[in-house]
Design a protein. Structure first.
Length: 115
């Protein structure tokens, strides 16, 4: 099966595999680097002293959009309805109660009073 494969094709497959693995691991690496930079600057590792963390379910929008391939909705609605509203269906996020964010669990802790 691989008798007629050339060295440049093998190199192409290797580069493609490297690019794919880099793309998959990039968000985790970015998160790790950002966390270490925040801690070295004395900031909260989770939120960077914003005291808020975006909801992972709605990505901070407060709404869950339904429909489309892989839950993707077109940016521009080519056929708006008569009343001018978009046809894409969305519902309030039940995870964050449509706020889009949570209080940071690390730096928004209420200090307990010591007796």
């Amino acid at each position: 099966m691989f008798e007629n494969i050339t060295a440049s094709e093998i190199a192409g497959y290797a580069v493609g595999a490297l690019m794919l693995s880099a793309t998959i691991s990039a968000p985790k690496m970015d998160s790790f680097i950002a966390s270490s930079q925040r801690s070295s600057m004395g900031m909260c590792k989770r939120c960077g002293d914003l005291k808020l963390i975006a909801c992972s379910r709605c990505k901070g929008s407060g709404l869950i959009k339904e429909g489309g391939l892989f839950s993707l909705v077109p940016v521009v609605d080519q056929n708006p309805s008569r009343d001018g509203k978009s046809k894409s269906r969305s519902s309030c996020c039940s995870n964050c109660l449509a706020k889009g964010h949570f209080a940071c669990p690390e730096c928004s802790k209420i200090p307990s009073s010591q007796a």
